[in-house]
Design a protein around this ligand. Structure first.
Ligand code: C5P
Length: 240
């Protein structure tokens, strides 16, 4: 089994493109993230196919946010499909509903703290309480974990602070915004290398465009894996 600390974000338009990338990558990667962008392009079918036919782990990035009863029902529907990770927004009532919805399935509920695309001006417009982003992120992470989340999504810059929370012991930290040295940053601003993210306390890193947009996705994934392997493995909490 390849190193499942690397999760490849398959942000391609449809199931055909997703299968093409996954087939090129083959055994090099064992964990894929499928998000809302591919929902109408067959994302859910792709998730099930990669899981059932190819034995891959699946992170469904749905970022649910609704009334508790609806979140619970939606999560229960997904939990019936034997997938691995699911995101919801980190509001404690949403997390509690999601945890109730997944029941005794193995689906891990990961909480989104504050979207990294939001700056203070966006937060003011959304009436999010005053304070610097990092403080708010760490506090939202703490509350989501206390509400029962299995882990949080955060930027690599926040990983060490969240890892230091007592409530984060044994919980998952998953970080997008990861770039191997020399890779194109794209629109990611607060980035770290795979090895940095892991040594700051991430259990899993999410890398998208540097892999699926590469001429050879398999080689690009290997570059990330090689970098990650250079980090001392000090904080892994996910039972393999
Ligand atoms: O292509 P790239 O490596 O930037 O993709 C990162 C993935 O992680 C994308 O699917 C993006 O939507 C997701 N993500 C992120 N930042 C967050 C949450 C999710 O980049 N805060």
């Amino acid at each position: 089994m390849s190193d499942d600390r690397l999760i490849v974000a398959l942000d391609v338009p449809n199931i055909l493109d997703g299968m093409k990338v996954a087939e090129n990558i083959g055994d090099t990667v064992s964990f894929y993230k499928i998000g809302l962008g591919m929902l109408t392009g067959g994302g859910f079918a792709l998730a099930n196919e990669l899981k059932q036919e190819f034995g891959k782990k699946i992170f469904l990035d749905m970022k649910f946010f609704d009334i508790g009863a609806t979140v619970q029902k939606a999560v229960a529907g997904i939990a019936a499909h034997d997938l691995d990770f699911l995101t919801v927004h980190g509001d404690p009532y949403v997390v509690e509903a999601a945890v109730a919805g997944r029941g005794d399935s193995n689906l891990k509920i990961l909480a989104v703290t504050i979207l990294t695309s939001l700056d203070r001006n966006d937060m003011d417009r959304a009436m999010i309480i005053d304070g610097d982003t990092q403080t708010l992120v760490v506090e939202r992470a703490r509350r989501a974990l206390e509400a029962g989340a299995d882990g949080v999504i955060c930027s690599p810059q926040e990983a060490a602070m969240i890892r230091a929370l007592p409530v984060a012991a044994g919980k998952l930290i998953v970080t997008p915004g990861v770039r191997p040295a020399n890779a194109d940053k794209g629109d990611q601003k607060r980035i770290a290398t795979p090895a940095q993210a892991i040594s700051d306390g991430a259990d899993h890193i999410v890398v998208g465009r540097p892999i699926w947009q590469a001429a050879n996705p398999k080689e690009a994934a290997q570059v990330v894996l090689d970098d990650m392997a250079r980090a001392p493995q000090i904080n892994s909490t996910f039972a393999k």
